[in-house]
Design a protein around this ligand. Structure first.
Ligand code: AMP
Length: 445
């Protein structure tokens, strides 16, 4: 099977060949023809299965037939994913001069607003910032958005969660109605809310929705991934982490260490740095510029370890990752699937190691049930060696890291943001109140 036999133009196949992509993956084979045929599409895909190209290639091919204004809007839950998707659009559309615009929080709004007004061909956005743009610059950008022919909901299960609902509704409300555009919905985990969309009756004048769902007995875990666990007392997690990272088999491997909270990400990063392991972190409390820099350093292998919260667990495509370590176990088994999917991507080998303490046993059982496999015990670490050689220096480094965080006022940014949010809410409540009073007064006069 070739990309041209799926209906893509030869120049697009050539472009894919230039980035060493010659044979369509399963999701590409399934979804590209119906997208080219004008159908709405729901794609359930394994992590790292090539879903970005499954939607980007046919959208760009369609745009090239009629290159005018905003052709597509791609919504994705995190800023890093938006940047990554935009990079793929740029790579595929480099020969035909496509213009993309990334609309994400954490970066200055003025330039983004200007770029949006200049009618890029594809807008790749997180719902929060695009909704802000629509609310503040609606008149100037709505006509362009209304003409978009495609809406992509990437990582749709996350986008459809309640925390993003309002912003998502604002973004979708700014576009043409569903019967006048194609809606492409991609997700690694097909949840009930996603499935509900599939069951809706087709709108008048529309072809039925095409659905590519991963078969229920097929789990979204790559076959090239080895999953193991290490049973440890919870208060010595850092020492075990250090022992794994410095084991002779692992010293040259690049690794993502997942934690459950931003403060833990910061503390683990600082501890590992003090133990002379080149480490960067990625979490929501870092300014966007620092997040981009940290990822760039990790991609370029300047840093061997990335310590991250679940901000990085979805979709991020970093080919060099050989190991994922769950420093803490996620409460939701789907998050586990996303985390370990950061390694063993596109047919490469990878391993995941989960640090399991006494409180995590039921979580691990839930995960094993979700992925349909039992994990093996990680056999490379000797408990006596950890206690006798690693525990003391790592504990000292951790203590210093915690003191440094206190000195640097870690957590202040969140407090300031929270204060701003409360002030904004109070201001908008006051405006609403005023309007209500005004209406009442008018009504009685
Ligand atoms: P995604 O699932 O979109 O995050 O893609 C994961 C990785 O697979 C990216 O690095 C893509 O460049 C790569 N990829 C996508 N499609 C193919 C393909 N057909 N053959 C080989 N690699 C691919």
């Amino acid at each position: 099977m070739s990309f041209t036999s799926l209906g893509l133009p030869p120049w697009m196949a050539e472009c894919l060949k230039n980035i060493a992509i010659t044979k369509p993956s399963a999701i590409q084979e399934a979804c590209i023809p119906p997208i080219l045929d004008g159908r709405d599409c729901i794609g359930g895909a394994k992590t790292g299965s090539g879903k970005t190209i499954a939607f980007a290639a046919p959208m760009i091919a369609k745009w090239a037939e009629d290159p005018f204004g905003i052709c597509g809007v791609v919504l994705t839950p995190t800023r890093e994913l938006a940047i990554q998707i935009a990079d793929q659009f740029a790579a595929l559309g480099s020969g035909v001069g496509i213009k993309t615009c990334v609309v994400i929080g954490g970066v200055e709004m003025t330039k983004q607003s200007r770029d949006l007004k200049e009618k890029p061909h594809f807008v790749i956005a997180t719902p929060g910032r695009l909704a802000d743009e629509i609310r503040s610059n609606g008149e100037e950008i709505l006509p362009g958005l209304r003409r978009a022919k495609f809406l992509v909901l990437d990582e749709a299960d996350r986008l459809l969660s309640s925390s993003m609902a309002d912003d998502l509704a604002t973004c979708i409300g700014a576009l043409a109605p569903p019967e006048k555009r194609q809606t492409l919905l991609f997700t690694a985990t097909v949840t009930d809310s996603v499935r509900a969309l599939k069951n809706q009756a087709p709108k008048a004048g529309k072809k039925p929705v095409f659905v590519h769902e991963v078969a229920s007995d097929e789990v979204a875990i790559p076959a090239t991934l080895t999953q193991s666990y290490l049973f440890i007392p919870s208060y010595v997690r850092d020492a075990y982490l250090y022992s794994i990272l410095t084991h002779e088999d692992n010293t040259s491997k690049s690794a993502i260490v997942f934690v459950n909270r931003t403060a833990t990400a910061e503390q683990v990063r600082r501890t590992l740095e003090k133990m002379e392991i080149k480490t960067v972190s990625l979490h929501s409390e870092m300014p966007q510029r620092e997040r981009i820099n940290a990822l760039a350093k990790f991609r370029a292998e300047v840093a061997r370890v990335l310590v991250a919260t679940d901000v990085a667990s979805r979709g991020l495509d970093i080919p060099v990752v050989e190991m994922v370590i769950n420093f803490e176990i996620p409460a939701d088994p789907d998050d586990y699937v996303h985390r370990v999917g950061r390694t063993a991507r596109a047919g490469r080998r990878g391993e995941s190691i989960s640090l399991v303490s006494e409180q995590d046993v039921t979580l691990i059982q839930g995960i094993e049930e979700r992925v349909g496999q039992k994990m093996e015990q990680y056999g490379k670490i000797d408990d006596d060696d950890v206690v006798n050689n690693t525990l003391r220096p790592v504990s000292m480094a951790k203590r210093e890291a915690i003191m440094d965080m206190d000195r640097d006022g870690f957590g202040e940014l969140r407090k300031t943001r929270e204060k701003k949010r409360r002030l904004k809410e109070a201001a908008s409540a006051a405006v609403k109140n005023e309007k209500k009073k005004h209406r009442k007064k008018k009504g009685s006069s």
